[in-house]
Ligand binder design. Structure first.
Ligand code: CAA
Length: 424
């Protein structure tokens, strides 16, 4: 890693690396096979003081930034991508509270998470509302001092293991821009039920579930900010903060797979020599390492932009998620290639990296959505670059845009609208 990390960043990196190497790596294959929540790993993370790295000190956390969160996620993911997201998704669930909660809500919901006593899950997507996050159907209807929730949420990572759920639901179906709100629901509330538990290709140690609400009465004081209609904004601001975490998970996966490939290439002999002595393998390793380093640096730049609340946050956050996760898919696939037939086998550690990497291109906004976010930002930025038009030659074609034709077209338009032209 480059030398611009602070003492604090390096302290979190070392702590997370110790947990990753001592606890996570030896257990990664076991929980992948079992597809069970690794409570012993969660305890080790809490014991190392990592549970509230990104939560401000006034809410019981360690006061680190998204940069510190990303550094920890990378280290954990290097040993197991599932553990990386298990940790990162706890931050995802807290971000709506941080961006939109009242002081009382922040104290109430963030403290137990920072201490590692409670886990949180984020509930935005539904069966028919994925990329189109504004088209939710789950409802929260005000009834006195309560909101009554009905409907279903999909893809709740940490669901079942978590104690608190940040749930997005429709509070004003008639409104276009203030249609949804985020509401905090605690496990055990009557009418709240875990539905289908997904059987996944990767990140198998962390549960992904459906959540069902049937006349679930939640105190109105749990509505984030206690002002309805802010749900979509809170969700988008949350994703801006959280996407570098997915990108860091991808960097960790890519780094972990690269390291296995480097070691294996030095050990595996064919044609009387280690395969790392062959130029084609060397080229692959060099490209893999270069892309991982580029991805890591983009993640750090985006995370620092989040921490400094820079205006370019949405674009950078989407860019790092896009680049790092595409890199992870490419690097982990190439790592399997370097392992050859053994790489494809479940008793070798490398195919898990490829399976774990795939989801990073999909969740917290598909990479198609990230491209959309980046492209929209570029279109806006281009408006401030109009002076460059002066340096771009203009083609003129007679009958299309020559001065006489433009004058004639203006007159014809003015006549049709019955208004005077500049020339009349
Ligand atoms: N910050 C603040 N406000 C924002 C914003 C941002 N980054 N982006 C948009 N908004 C605001 C806009 O200003 C606009 O406000 P007004 O109505 O006041 O004008 C409003 O939100 C609507 O904006 P858009 O017109 O841009 O919205 P859109 O409907 O076109 O959607 C989108 C844009 C980028 C596609 C968005 O829907 C999106 O990000 N979709 C992907 C959702 C996603 O990532 N889901 C994953 C869920 S988490 C998960 O994967 C589960 C897990 O467990 C890991």
């Amino acid at each position: 890693m480059p030398g611009f990390l602070t003492e604090q960043n390096l302290m979190w990196r070392d702590r997370a690396r110790t947990v990753a190497e001592k606890v996570v790596r030896p257990l990664a294959a076991k929980y992948d096979r079992l597809q069970e929540y690794p409570w012993e790993i969660k305890e080790a993370i809490a014991k190392a003081g990592l549970s509230g790295v990104w939560i401000p000190e006034e809410y019981g956390g360690s006061g680190g930034g998204v940069i510190d969160l990303c550094i920890c996620v990378e280290e954990l993911s290097r040993a197991c991508g599932g553990v990386g997201v298990l940790y990162a998704v706890n931050a995802l669930g807290t971000f709506p509270v941080l961006v939109g909660g009242t002081e009382e809500q922040k104290q109430r919901f963030l403290r137990p998470i920072a201490k590692g006593e409670k886990l949180i899950s984020f509930g935005l997507s539904e069966k028919f509302a994925g990329s189109d996050a504004a088209s939710l159907r789950a409802t929260a209807v005000r009834d006195g001092d309560f909101y009554v929730l009905n409907g279903e949420k999909k893809w709740n990572t940490n669901g079942g293991a978590a104690d608190i759920y940040t749930v997005f639901a429709v509070t004003d179906p008639a409104s276009k821009s203030r249609r949804t709100s985020a509401i905090m629901v605690e496990k055990g509330t009557p009418g709240f039920r875990i539905g289908k538990i997904e059987d996944k290709m990767g990140i198998r140690c962390v549960p992904v579930v459906e959540i069902h609400f049937e006349n679930c009465r939640v105190p109105a004081k749990n509505l984030l900010g206690e002002v309805p209609g802010m749900g979509f904004k809170h969700a988008m601001m949350t994703l801006d903060k959280a996407r570098p975490g997915v990108a860091a998970q991808a960097v960790g996966l890519a780094q972990g797979a690269l390291e296995y490939a480097m070691v294996y290439a030095g050990y595996r002999e064919q044609f009387g020599a280690p395969i790392s002595s062959f130029q084609m393998i060397q080229g692959m390793l060099a490209d893999m390492a270069t892309k991982v380093e580029a991805a890591r640096n983009l993640v750090h730049v985006a995370a620092l932009a989040v921490d400094r609340a820079e205006p370019s946050v949405s674009k950078l956050s989407a860019m790092c998620k896009l680049f790092a996760t595409d890199t992870a898919m490419e690097v982990t696939t190439n790592a399997v290639q370097i392992f050859g037939g053994y790489g494809y086998m479940r008793d070798y550690p490398i195919e898990k990296y490829m399976r774990d990497a795939k989801i990073t291109q999909i969740y917290e906004g598909t990479n198609q959505v990230q491209r959309m976010v980046v492209a929209r930002a570029l279109v806006k930025e281009s408006l401030g670059l109009k002076h460059l038009l002066d340096f771009i030659p203009k083609e003129i074609q007679k009958g299309v845009n020559d001065p006489e034709t433009l004058k004639r077209l203006a007159e014809e338009t003015a006549n049709a609208l019955d208004v005077p032209t500049h020339n009349s």
